[in-house]
Ligand binder design. Structure first.
Ligand code: ZN
Ligand code: ZN
Length: 576
């Protein structure tokens, strides 16, 4: 039984609103000898920690003659909470040194600190301590280790621990699903299904994670079923979930579905508006993006940097030059948003595509912000379209200076030289890549058929229906040739015979995927594919012609944007 004085001490601590109050209670407790009681001392310590007064907490802690695991855990957690990682680790080391066995309160604090700092080395050392003290089966400890490994990108370690957990709660499942969403979106969705099979009901955080995984994968059928699930279980479409869904539908190829979600959202913030503007941009719908931007202004939502990147991107990818220039100039003058390198990149892209290379160069020269690789890539892209070799070379050298280890840049430059027939330069760059041990990123194309995702690489013969696919491809090429298709061998890097080049071109992963789509996807349904690199010029022409000759709409998501091929034309207007 506590005495009346003691009770009032606890009450007083509860009522403390600031550190001055706590110090008064502290003094009162000293006067009444209450600090000799560990329960009271811990309560006081807890109150200091709650108010983030770690100096005072430490002063109290330092003078305590008795400490229990709660005392230590409060100190470790308190330092973690204020971001004082040095003291957090040091206190934890002290715990081990004093022979106190760490408990399932203290450990998660330290492990989460490692996670936030991506400090794998300390994390692994703590994992060692966990094993030493036999806490590996503790739910809280194990869940925080899974989280730590996942955030540090050691997905296999995370998975191993996760598999060994006797019971997994929703938070831990969500951590794993989220970890896979970053590196293997397909696996992420598999896990989500497994979680539901085990009877767990996802919450909003889990749903946002799954929606992001669908966006990464670009898998339309999954997007639809996730949407159905959300509607059926009446998840409120707040700004987080709604915005993630806009992005998901946009990346799965349906700007209409994205807009539907956008219209259904009761509450929208600047991020939701920007996401919808970006969705229009991806799909080459510049005019719709501008309309939405104006609507946003009339709703008194203030645009930010992200909004302008989306808007300028939309203008550039729809060839809306004057509008783009006008918005760019209005950024600072009317909206007090300072352009950064991303905005400049959009502008270089916009001017460059229109052939206004001089203006693009002037803009770059006048830039006050630091230049990055995307900026130079945009200029090079424009030079390639307009055949300005000199400028391309200059820009490429700036790019290589900035990022000598990126193989994509060498490929880009080699392509420019190949187009100009300068094979000795092509050879020089190929040589440089070999010497610097750089490998070209392999191209992959994915296609969804009957709720399955199939993957193709160039010249791929691993598909079980490979024979049919090649037959379809060859008959397709014959049909296209009748319609005037001439393979553009400029897009083959190698200095080889024309005939061999053609063969390589014919088996680009996009073409294989499209051929498979024509065999396996019912007539009338669009063929949706995604590619990890930019679509090449020849595959672009090929897709346009297939859409006309076979009367099929083809939707391609490449590394940069969406292409909707219909009746012989592409939504990008051959600008990409
Ligand atoms: Zn290609
Ligand atoms: Zn296109």
């Amino acid at each position: 039984m506590y005495s009346v004085v003691a009770e009032s001490c606890i009450d007083m601590l509860y009522r403390c609103r600031n550190v001055v109050h706590i110090k008064q209670v502290h003094a009162h407790m000293i006067a009444n000898g209450k600090l000799q009681d560990l329960v009271f001392a811990n309560k006081l310590l807890y109150t200091y920690v709650q108010h983030k007064a770690m100096d005072d907490a430490y002063y109290l802690f330092d003078g305590m003659t008795m400490r229990d695991p709660t005392t230590w855990s409060l100190m470790v957690g308190g330092f973690a909470k204020i971001g004082d990682y040095g003291n957090c680790y040091a206190t934890f080391r002290e715990v081990l040194r004093c022979g106190v066995s760490p408990d399932n309160y203290t450990l998660p604090f330290v492990i989460r600190t490692c996670r936030d700092r991506k400090d794998l080395r300390t994390g692994q050392a703590i994992h060692g301590a966990v094993l030493k003290y036999g806490l590996q089966m503790d739910h809280f400890v194990c869940a925080s280790l899974v989280d730590m490994y996942a955030k540090c990108m050691l997905i296999e370690d995370a998975q191993r621990l996760f598999d060994g957990m006797p019971s997994k709660d929703l938070v831990t499942w969500t951590v794993m699903i989220g970890a896979y969403a970053d590196c293997n979106a397909y696996e992420s969705l598999v896990l989500f299904d497994r979680m539901r099979e085990e009877g767990l009901v996802p919450d909003k955080v889990a749903m946002v994670t799954v929606v992001n995984a669908c966006a990464k994968l670009g898998a339309m059928h999954r997007a639809r079923s996730v949407n159905e699930y959300i509607v059926r279980n009446s998840f409120p479409l707040d700004v987080f979930l709604g915005t993630a869904m806009i992005d998901m539908y946009a990346k799965c190829g349906s700007v209409e579905c994205a807009r539907e979600v956008f219209d259904r959202m009761k509450e929208k913030n600047v991020i939701s508006w920007s996401a919808m503007i970006a969705a229009y941009g991806y799909h080459g719908k510049g005019k719709e993006a501008i309309d939405l931007f104006n609507m946003m202004l009339s709703c008194s939502i203030f645009p930010n940097r992200v909004t302008f990147v989306s808007l300028l991107y939309a203008c550039s990818h729809s060839g809306l030059i004057e509008e783009g220039l006008r918005f760019f100039n209005s950024m600072w003058e009317e909206h007090a948003v300072r352009p950064d390198v991303k905005h400049y990149t959009c502008m270089v892209d916009l001017l460059g595509r229109a052939g206004r290379l001089d203006e693009a160069v002037k803009l770059i020269e006048a830039m006050a912000v630091e230049k990055d690789e995307r900026l130079w890539s945009a200029l090079i892209g424009a030079c390639r379209i307009h055949g300005n070799m000199e400028l391309a070379e200059e820009a490429a050298n700036s790019l290589l200076e900035l990022q000598p280890q990126n193989p994509g840049h060498y490929v880009l430059l080699s392509n420019i030289y190949a187009k100009a027939g300068k094979w000795e330069k092509v050879a020089k760059f190929r040589d440089m890549m070999t010497r610097r041990k750089l490998k070209k990123v392999p191209g992959w194309t994915w296609i969804e058929v009957d709720n399955e995702t199939y993957q193709f690489s160039v010249g791929d013969r691993s598909h079980p229906r490979s024979k049919e696919i090649y037959e379809m491809l060859m008959s397709l090429i014959k049909k296209l040739e009748v319609a005037g298709y001439v393979p553009d061998t400029d897009f083959v890097l190698h200095d080889v015979e024309e005939e061999v080049k053609q063969e390589m071109l014919y088996t680009h992963s996009e073409k294989l995927a499209i051929a498979f789509g024509l065999i396996a996807i019912p007539e009338g349904d669009p063929i949706r594919i995604s590619k990890n690199l930019r679509v090449c010029g020849d595959c672009h022409t090929f897709s346009k012609m297939v859409s006309a000759v076979m009367r099929r709409s083809i939707i391609v998501r490449d590394a940069n944007r969406f292409h909707h091929f219909n009746e012989g034309t592409c939504s990008c207007g051959d600008y990409w």
